[in-house]
Design a protein around this ligand. Structure first.
Ligand code: TGC
Length: 388
């Protein structure tokens, strides 16, 4: 299926056949498996777990990891998959991000060979679901202030603390838990969620990301062996390396949500008549559509540029911050403008726009708020950190 927005700018000219094939597969999945059920699931706060084996079968879980049963696809292919899934709903892109970019990439980047062999193939197959427990109830912006502790006790570690906003935790089999050791060094642990003292409670009352799960997690005397510690993870740069992966996926994903809103606005403007003519024939509407389209294409080109840098291995955190900040901020703006073009009907679930707008509020906050990314960029430009 070729969309209006695809055909005008011909981004495909910059993609390989393999990348286009991944996009086609993800678009088919999103169209056939997510779109028919997503409004109901969003309304009913339902996470449709039975889709996970299908996502695994499609090769989307940990697809950018090489070896250990993962597809080994390139960063642009992964980005395109995120883009298509989020065009359906941010919740499903989030699932793929949490599983692949956070939980699996923590093991792939920082785990031992035994840990990779034990977990990655089963996670790629969707048999084991992972979550990533970094953020704490006091706030997510300053992970350096985490209070969760891991204390060495003989051959074991005993973990105590609390985490919040942890995607999938109540359905996950393992949690990558980040905690400070006796010396205040951040360490990562693979914690089976069935461990005594581990409890995950879904956060209720969300008006965003309703078709996915985010949890409060309590860790009370959770005991894991030394073999559960990620040996290569030492210091905060370890979880941040995983956040880079997830933020990169968001750069592409948010533009998918934007595209869905823009497509709805274009279609509506062609058919809806006001003052005796289709609204799309009016200059005010065309100016809005044009501005949204320009921002969408700029966002896609930025995502693609970052993808090519990632392919070369030269991408930097500040470059990812530019992309995350821009994509989510512009996607929200596009969602709001599209809602205005749809007028009253735009607030109903007959269109995906309010759902995307609500989801994007969460996406704007997690994996670094707008303000955090502005400050990361500001530090790069001035050489002065202004976080405090
Ligand atoms: P600091 O915090 O002290 O940095 C410590 C070390 O980390 C390094 N670092 C990075 N490394 C790789 N990639 C990055 N993006 C990195 N950012 C920082 C840094 O170089 C340092 O390394 P070293 O070796 O010198 O110790 O200080 P900072 O000034 O570098 O960072 C400050 C700040 C504010 C940028 C950082 O704390 C930050 O990014 N905060 C936002 C954190 C965030 O995104 N939180 C939300 C996470 S979302 C979530 O947890 C939910 S998971 C998703 C789900 O479950 O749905």
């Amino acid at each position: 299926m070729t969309l209006i927005v695809d055909s005008v700018f011909d981004l495909d000219a910059l993609l390989s056949a393999d990348e286009i094939a991944w996009r086609r597969k993800a678009r088919a999945f999103a169209t056939e498996r997510i779109l028919p059920i997503i409004e109901d699931d969003f309304e009913n706060k339902h996470f449709r777990r039975e889709l996970i084996p299908e996502l695994a079968e499609a090769g989307f879980l940990g697809m950018h990891i090489t070896g250990h049963g993962c597809a080994g696809a390139g960063p642009v292919a992964y980005g395109l998959v995120c883009n298509e899934l989020e065009a359906a709903d941010s919740g499903w892109r989030t699932f793929v991000s949490v599983q692949g970019s956070l939980a699996m990439s923590a093991i792939a980047k920082h785990g031992s060979e035994e840990q990779k062999t034990a977990w990655l193939p089963r996670m790629a197959a969707g048999e084991v679901i992972g979550c990533f427990a970094l953020t704490e109830p006091a706030g997510g912006s300053d992970p350096a202030a985490m209070t969760t502790r891991a204390v060495r006790d003989g051959d074991d570690w005993v973990i105590d603390g609390a985490k919040r906003w942890i995607g999938l935790a109540s359905v996950a089999h393992i949690a990558i838990v980040w905690a400070k050791d006796d010396e205040g060094v951040v360490r990562g642990f693979i914690v089976p969620t069935e461990s005594a003292g581990f409890a995950a409670t879904p956060i209720d009352g969300k008006l965003s990301m309703r078709a996915s799960i985010q949890c409060d997690v309590r860790l009370e005397g959770v005991r894991v062996p030394e073999s559960a510690r990620l040996p290569e993870a030492k210091g905060l740069s370890a979880p941040f390396a995983c956040l880079n992966e997830a933020r990169y996926g968001i750069v592409w994903g948010a533009m998918g949500a934007a595209r869905s809103c823009l497509e709805a606005a274009i279609e509506r403007s062609r058919g809806r008549e006001v003052f005796g003519a289709p609204i799309g024939s009016r200059q005010l509407i065309q100016a809005k559509l044009a501005d949204m389209f320009v921002e969408y294409e700029k966002g896609m080109l930025t995502a693609l540029h970052l993808g090519r840098l990632k392919e070369k291995g030269s991408i930097t955190p500040v470059q990812i911050s530019v992309g995350k900040l821009n994509s989510v901020r512009e996607a929200l703006e596009i969602a709001h403008t599209s809602r205005a073009i749809l007028a009253g009907d735009g607030i109903t679930d007959a269109f995906p726009v309010m759902r995307h707008a609500a989801n994007l509020e969460a996406v704007r906050t997690y994996e670094g708020t707008d303000e955090i990314h502005q400050l990361v960029i500001g530090r790069e430009l001035t050489g002065m950190g202004a976080f405090a």
